[in-house]
Design a binder for this molecule. Sequence first.
Ligand code: SAM
Length: 239
Amino acid sequence: MRFDVVTLFPEMVAGASRYGVTGRALERGQAELVTWNPRDFTRDRHRTVDDRPYGGGPGMVMKVEPLRAAIRAAREADARPARVIYLSPQGRKLDQAAVETFSRRPRMILVAGRYEGIDERLVESEIDEEWSIGDYVLSGGELAALVVIDAVTRLLPGVLHHEESARQDSHVAGLLDHPHYTRPEEINGRRVPQVLLSGDHRAIARWRLKQALGRTWLRRPDLLARLELDETRRQLLEE
Ligand code: SAM
């Protein structure tokens, strides 16, 4: 997977991607990250990337020419096809299903806006998809691009040490994850549930599934309404 990120703050994106799972994937060549700064595509002395909005009002708008040149340079830098994604609070809300779809693509170009956003004509002519990371407003699209990069990278083949654990993560199988415990067995009078110490793998799997169902019912009943239990999990519950 190759990520091309168009951003006024390339150090922010490259820096934050250096850690943990994404950092390791980039080091091993399982993912690739290239940044493109619209400022490098300006032609004026002040390297201007923003301008005042037509119609007046507060804030600035990202100018068409440098951003378009940066997006086109990113597009042409690799032969593999890439959808151009604008991170925007007005986009479709990101979820695990979308992340899984992204992880099957060979590459993606992520455009991070700043100021009041980007000129609408650029959205119409250069952007293939708009995605939001939630119903709140960030001051820039970099954190949203990083969210996409992180969520997608951990799904790439061979990136996680324990791919089985990723299958149990919240939202992957339509449920929230079960609770997790590690040593010591008892802390301030709170003990690890006995079943987890039993060594009975079937019983542990059943307990975890019931916990996941219970949590989802309590915290996210909307997910349960859409849940379809597969045969393996149904059998486990019936035992
Ligand atoms: N005026 C814009 C609006 O209300 O739709 C918000 C602009 S915001 C201050 C600046 C940039 O942050 C946006 O261009 C977008 O790239 C990014 N951004 C803000 N909130 C976001 C969100 N929830 N998801 C993805 N990107 C977001």
